[in-house]
Design a protein around this ligand. Structure first.
Ligand code: HEM
Length: 425
């Protein structure tokens, strides 16, 4: 294989899809020496990998993401770690047993997934619907009359972050702190060098977040309320999570649920701006919006890839992946595979999107998919009527600098200037 592909940096480019197509055609299992990853790019192979949890462990969801961050251990960093442990009063001996469910394998994964699923039943998601609608209405009221606005900052970021804070039961007076802590956590998941993050006050913020969740857990244990943290620690509902597991889970939700939803909304709007006929279609037939959301997840997947570790030597598409090697399952490439989807590079809200892998597949299938669908569907129903009178404008829109998530840092829209009316003779 002659060309070079580094999934941890090349996927950040403006348009990775031609490269993904080349991979599928010429090297469906490509070894990237830069990223130290085997990249699996065809739909059938990605699906088979996600299904086979015995051969492909999710451990790499933690190891690949943390090795992407360079960790220079200096005396100053040790001091910061000690201050962090003091502030959070967490027991460091508990850490080796902890971790995030996204990196657990069966049967341990099943135990945690069963507990946290209690918070994401169809009933809970239906109960959040009125609040999602009122938030979308409030945010649209804030932008609709402006001549120019940034869709990311003024709409797509505040929608999921506000909602998740409310779902977790965070009191209104702590919401600003919660927002600051969420941003710090997203910084940690961005793949930036750890030294840069520490200098920006990241450990302070994350320490505060840990201490705060710990307090919340203690409060809810004695007096369960109507919120997600209570559902995780109320023994009347069955098995419960301990303090460290709740902290890990809340952090996972903040990372897995916010940026993904923000960029689904942003990517969908960008796709629609390129296809005015699809805007018209949705205006005429609002019932197609749920399928439009699925098509947006397929067409420009917010989560471009997930990682796995091979637990034995295994052959995929004629290439042997050795035991212990780490693998990138290229979800976004699988979703553009012409072997699976007809005209995959065309955004078509009427297509049959069944089987797309944008929310993953199998035991780790996105826990928040119904919530993401609700948020994006409600958001697009509110935004689509505006898209005929707004256009892209002004400042350049940069691709997000993230290893996993594809989206834009800025989507500036401005009101279209109405055509000057010719003076009557
Ligand atoms: C457009 C929005 C979203 C996309 C594209 C997305 C995508 C994904 C994907 C691809 C996975 C599978 C990871 C793997 O196989 O290793 C996943 C897992 C997960 N997602 Fe989402 N997600 C979204 C929104 C959300 C939201 C809103 C939440 C919660 C509030 C959430 C919570 C989770 C959790 C907890 C997992 C781990 C599940 C497990 O390990 O069993 N996600 N997501």
């Amino acid at each position: 294989m002659s060309f070079r592909f580094d999934p941890l940096s090349d996927s950040i480019c403006e348009d990775p899809y031609p490269l993904y197509r080349q991979l599928r055609d010429e090297a469906p299992v490509h070894w990237s020496p830069e990223a130290r990853l085997y990249c699996i790019s065809r739909y059938d192979d990605v699906l088979a990998t996600l299904k086979d949890t015995e051969t492909f462990s999710s451990a790499a969801m933690l190891t690949v993401l943390t090795r992407a961050i360079e960790v220079p251990i200096t005396p100053r960093h040790v001091l910061m770690l000690l201050r962090f442990l003091l502030k959070t009063r967490l027991n460091p001996l508990r850490f080796p047993k902890a971790g995030s469910m996204i990196s657990f394998d069966p049967p341990r994964h099943e135990v945690v997934r069963k507990i946290v699923s209690r918070g994401f039943t169809p009933r809970s998601v239906a109960a959040w619907q009125p609040r999602v609608q009122s938030l979308v209405d409030e945010l649209i009221a804030g932008i609709a009359d402006q001549p120019r606005f940034d869709l990311v900052e003024e709409f797509a970021v505040p929608l999921p972050t506000t909602l998740i804070a409310e779902v977790l039961g965070i009191e209104p007076e702590r919401r600003n702190d919660f927002k600051r802590w969420t941003n710090a956590l997203l910084g940690l998941a961005s793949g930036k060098p750890i030294a840069v993050l520490i200098d920006s006050g990241l450990t302070e913020s994350i320490g505060e977040l840990y201490a705060f969740i710990r307090e919340q857990v203690r409060e809810r244990r004695g007096r369960p309320q109507d919120d997600l943290i209570s559902i995780l620690v109320d023994p009347k509902l069955g098995e419960v999570l301990d303090e460290v597991d709740v902290i890990q889970f809340v952090c996972l939700l903040l990372v897995a649920g916010n940026e993904t939803t923000t960029n689904l909304i942003g990517n969908a709007v960008c796709a629609l701006l390129d296809r005015p006929d699809q805007v018209e279609l949705a205006l005429g037939e609002p019932a197609c919006i749920p399928n439009l959301v699925e098509e947006a997840v397929r067409f420009d997947s917010p989560v471009q890839m997930v990682f796995r570790t091979a637990t034995r030597d295994v052959e995929v598409a004629g290439t042997t992946i050795p035991r212990g090697a780490e693998v990138a399952c290229m979800l976004a490439s699988a979703n553009r595979d012409e072997r699976q989807f007809e005209n995959p590079d065309v955004f078509d809200a009427t297509r049959d999107t069944t089987g797309h892998l944008g929310f993953g597949f199998g035991v780790h299938f996105c826990l928040g998919a119904s919530l993401a669908r609700l948020e994006a569907g409600t958001a697009l129903a509110g935004l689509i009527p505006m898209l005929q009178s707004f256009e892209r404008s002004g400042r350049a829109s940069e691709p997000l600098n993230s290893i996993l998530v594809r989206g834009r840092t800025l989507i500036e829209l401005s009101a279209k200037k109405s055509e000057p009316v010719a003076p009557s003779p």
